[in-house]
Design a protein around this ligand. Structure first.
Ligand SMILES: Nc1ncnc2c1ncn2[C@@H]1O[C@H](COP(=O)(O)OP(=O)(O)OP(=O)(O)O)[C@@H](O)[C@H]1O
Ligand SMILES: [Mg+2]
Length: 261
């Protein structure tokens, strides 16, 4: 973790990137999250359930920093990715999407699951959704058929759909370019969840179609060299890295002390 932190500190000093930190989501904190009724939404989407939780506050800081990007004109289309698998991309993107949806002027948000290999957004939200991005890109479905809501009306989701034989080619197709163009006109912000950069090329492809890329880094796990390599791959793909989010940050004081800071 030390190495990563110093690499990012250097980036911050150079004023290249913003860095936000999200506390470790612990098993015990998941259990105390106040779940609403019999909601099927995963308890790790803390921003949805618990407005006062420390982690919700940290996602709000991430939201504030996102909204203040580019002198208050943040990217309308942003890809969320990470170097490796399981760094917390999807959970971070879902919490950011909910947090953005809660802002006072209620912007219209679309979150697209562009992880065509193992997309899990609908699963995290507890929704059965058959059609998704794959079907749209293959011309086998209408946009509306791939979209769904939970109970936040200004927040729309697009599932990944079935696993295609050629995910990278589908994402690199004109159909994907057209889709992003279309939804950009219909929503205020479009967040796009993708697979990790090191293993497959998908995030670079979609990153190049979006205005910015947010890179999630799991503190205590991902080495600096790997982050550097992922950054290089994004750069080669002509994607624009606009910030980092560190997940899994260990705090050494009890959560209630942070709660009211
Ligand atoms: N802030 C956090 N602190 C600790 N663990 C976290 C945090 N955010 C997410 N996780 C955990 O990381 C694991 C992976 O989460 P998630 O599915 O969001 O990752 P991912 O990067 O999207 O994975 P994949 O590469 O498979 O798409 C989950 O077990 C989740 O609970
Ligand atoms: Mg994911």
């Amino acid at each position: 973790m030390g190495k990563i932190t110093s690499a990012l500190k250097k980036a911050a000093e150079e004023r290249l990137y913003r860095i936000d930190k999200i506390a470790k989501i612990r098993e015990e904190s998941r259990l105390v999250v106040r779940k609403m009724g019999n909601s099927r939404v995963d308890s790790r989407i803390v921003s949805y359930f618990d407005p006062k939780a420390l982690i919700t506050e940290q996602y709000k800081v991430l939201r504030t920093n996102f909204l203040s990007l580019n002198k208050g004109r943040p990217p309308k289309t942003m890809v969320i990715t990470s170097s490796l698998h399981s760094e917390g991309k999807t959970i971070t993107a879902l919490n950011l999407a909910v947090s953005l949806a809660h802002t006072v002027h209620k912007p219209k948000i679309l979150m697209i699951d562009a992880d065509l290999r193992r997309g899990r957004i609908s699963k995290y939200l507890g929704v059965e959704q058959e059609k998704g991005l794959t079907e749209i890109l293959e011309g086998k479905g209408l946009l509306e058929e791939a979209m769904f809501h939970i109970d936040l009306e200004n927040l729309t989701f697009m599932a990944s759909g079935s696993v295609p034989p050629n995910p990278s080619e589908l994402l690199a197709s004109d159909a994907m370019r057209n889709l992003i163009h279309e939804v950009r006109g219909k929503f205020d912000y479009v967040l796009i969840d993708t697979p990790p950069i090191i293993s497959v090329t998908d995030a670079g492809i979609v990153g190049a179609l979006a205005e910015g890329v947010l890179m999630v880094i799991q503190a205590g796990r991902t080495q600096r060299g790997i982050v550097d390599r992922a950054t290089e791959l994004l750069h080669q793909a002509h994607a624009r890295l606009i910030g980092h989010v560190l997940t899994n940050i260990e705090y050494h004081l009890p959560e209630y002390i942070y709660r009211y800071l």
